[in-house]
Design a protein around this ligand. Structure first.
Ligand SMILES: NC(=O)c1ccc[n+]([C@@H]2O[C@H](COP(=O)([O-])OP(=O)(O)OC[C@H]3O[C@@H](n4cnc5c(N)ncnc54)[C@H](OP(=O)(O)O)[C@@H]3O)[C@@H](O)[C@H]2O)c1
Length: 416
């Protein structure tokens, strides 16, 4: 019997199953004949996920997908999810701790509310849900799987709170494995690397407000399907620890065997979104292309050509060579548009940058594109680069900023 077939008739509780990897985990369990208990805070998004996964199926198949809205940081919600699952299916075989919140910023910028939320959801959420489900898992001799991240190996700049919340899962899973071994409960942990995000994914900013996450460069990014497949296979095979990504292995080697070297690499690559790429390039002896400089100057970006057809947002990102145009910007802002010309003023180290900007007319947090991949909302780049046959490259939009400067970008109206 294949490992997929072993999910037939099994009950799997998945936290954070309304989006991203959790939604894909739920889909694969359900498609393989398993019963799903899907949790998440947003009831509507959970229902939409369930409808999408189960569409076209008969009533019996739909009954194998149970949604229970709730917040893992609340112990009563965790107990309710477990009770609803037991009521519907009579047992729970597996628990996957997938729900998490993301926050990328310096530790000194985060509000106390954000610090609490990172710990409450990413760490205490796993504890509450484990405690609620353990009696059922002992009855079924089932398994628990924690979804951690390769950022747990070495604290990265601006990933401090996220990294520590993921690192905490290592001793937590080890202790649980030892405590429950005699009860026949398996406990595993996977250190996931970069995985493709769903467009709706958000990271909370320093004040706890959800912000869109820029698209990731495809290099080194796994699909959600592959990530979910790996997790479900690990659970069935009762493999304690998995490190599915190439970058994860590199990061592990540097972090534990050469920690001083790891520090030097992370220090130099600070502010490069492609830090893991930098790690691997350095490992291969190639030179670093990004170097932070100390002196700060003021940069003002003036944006014209805005449409005034109703409330909209102006989304601006400042990039370096490594992140332009699809990576995570060094700095970004979402500004409510209330004038035909807007400006954004920031302080930046002396360096070369590129800027990408678009007007989010429907405020859905992304640049909408046609079936053929052309933007359907106004957009623009530094040096007013106008794409013709291809997307922008670094040399098209890069500009040296070595003193206080103001640059003008006139938005390009999408072709109709
Ligand atoms: N994406 C990556 O590259 C990557 C890399 C390494 C590890 N991981 C790990 O993989 C897991 C899934 O990541 P993802 O990218 O798929 O995330 P995602 O797209 O942001 O989805 C997160 C899910 O968790 C739910 N959630 C958030 N806070 C919750 C709470 N308090 N209670 C219950 N549910 C909550 C969200 O639904 P609601 O907002 O409706 O609650 C959503 O369903 C996370 O543990 C993450 O750390 C991801």
């Amino acid at each position: 019997m294949s490992w997929q077939e072993q999910y037939r008739g099994r009950v799997v509780l998945i936290s954070g199953a309304s989006l991203g990897i959790g939604k894909e985990l739920a889909r694969q369990v359900w498609v393989n004949g398993g019963m799903v208990i899907a949790t998440g805070r947003n009831a509507q998004r959970l229902d939409e996920a369930a409808q999408l996964i189960c569409r076209g199926s008969d009533e019996d198949a739909r009954r194998r997908f149970l949604v229970v809205a709730g917040d893992v940081s609340k112990s009563e919600d965790c107990r309710a999810a477990v009770d609803s699952g037991l009521h519907a299916f009579g047992r729970i075989d597996y628990l996957i701790h997938n729900a998490a919140v993301f926050h990328f910023d310096r530790i000194d910028s985060a509000s106390e509310q954000v610090i609490d939320q990172m710990i409450d959801v990413n760490v205490k959420g796993c504890i509450h849900l484990t405690r609620a489900a353990l009696p059922a898992l002992r009855d079924s001799h089932g398994g628990i799987l924690f979804v951690s991240s390769i950022s747990a190996f070495y604290g990265m700049p601006e990933y401090g709170l996220y990294a520590l919340s993921k690192a905490a899962l290592t001793p937590l899973s080890e202790s649980l494995r030892l405590e429950n071994h005699a009860h026949g409960v398996f406990v595993g942990l996977t250190y996931l690397g970069y995985t493709a995000n769903e467009p709706d994914k958000r990271a909370i900013n320093a004040q706890g407000v959800p912000q869109p996450i820029p698209e990731r460069p495809r290099t080194f990014t796994r699909t959600r399907e592959a990530a979910a497949r790996g997790i479900l296979r690990q659970l069935i095979r009762r493999q304690s620890v998995a490190l599915p990504s190439f970058l994860g292995h590199i990061n592990w080697v540097f972090s534990y065997l050469m920690p001083r070297f790891a520090f030097l690499i992370h220090k130099r690559s600070y502010r490069s979104i492609l830090w893991p790429l930098t790690v691997s390039l350095l490992g291969l002896g190639l030179p670093l292309s990004v170097q932070a400089q100390d002196r700060a100057v003021e940069l003002t970006v003036r944006v014209g050509g805005l449409k005034s057809t109703g409330p909209s947002h102006l989304v601006i990102g400042l990039f370096d060579r490594a992140s332009f145009p699809d990576g995570r910007p060094l700095q970004h802002a979402t500004i409510h548009v209330d004038e035909p010309r807007m400006h954004w003023r920031i302080s930046v180290p002396v360096a070369t940058y590129a800027i990408a900007v678009y007007q989010d007319l429907n405020r859905n947090g992304r640049l909408d594109k046609s079936t053929f991949g052309f933007p359907t909302e106004p957009y623009g780049f530094s040096r007013n680069y106008r794409p013709l046959y291809r997307g922008p490259m670094w040399k098209d939009a890069a500009l040296q900023v070595d003193r206080d400067a103001a640059i003008d970008i006139h938005l390009i109206a999408p072709e109709r």
